[in-house]
Design a protein around this ligand. Sequence first.
Ligand code: PLP
Length: 232
Amino acid sequence: MIAERIAAVQRNITLAQARSPLAADSVKLIAVTKNHDVAAMQAALAAGIIAVGENRVQEAMQKEAVLGRTVEWHLLGHLQTNKVRQAVPLFDLIHSLDSERLAKEINRVAGNIGKRQNVLIQVNIGNEETKFGIDRQQLLPFVRLVNQMEHVQVCGLMAIAPAMADSELARPYFREMRALFEETKQALGALPAFQCLSMGMTNDYSVAIEEGATLVRVGTAIFGERQYVKGG
Ligand SMILES: *Cc1c(COP(=O)(O)O)cnc(C)c1O
């Protein structure tokens, strides 16, 4: 079941790439495994998944204790400063850098363990009060600031498009993200690490790819609806 769903998502990714001249040559599928158990994750890995996305540090730590480093670990959700000490050793890429305070703490902790932490800057592309992320007007100075930190590597941008009844309505946000990505790349000059544009989820990943996403974060289309347990 999981293997078939992954194959279907991979097919849709390839189709979206073929449809659009703006699409990236290579698009990585991140299987979003939050609220799904290790058995489901193992099935996904057996079906060819190489990267998993989690929203909570504690949950990811418990899963990593079982699965180890056989897969890339991506942090998608908002990171609290007091969780950085646990997050930095674990995650290959943190998608949700959204404040100077958090950047400084990541830099400090990464320095302590001799790591350069890969991060994406989250942009609040819909200007939604309920969402985390840097405002687009603040993006360039923020990227410049983080880029100067010795133990933090800025690998690109991440966004969550506003929830829409029709994925076509998300397209302008993805298009704007792509423009911001290109502008930022230009402004930074030679920064070989700045390659990633993380956008698109179950409901809108095809549109995101058509507009240039290099990383898509897909949960429900692979694992089905998440069951949220109280306090879990
Ligand atoms: C949960 C989550 C996803 C996956 O959402 P689906 O709709 O299940 O594909 C992607 N990105 C972020 C940031 C998430 O929190």
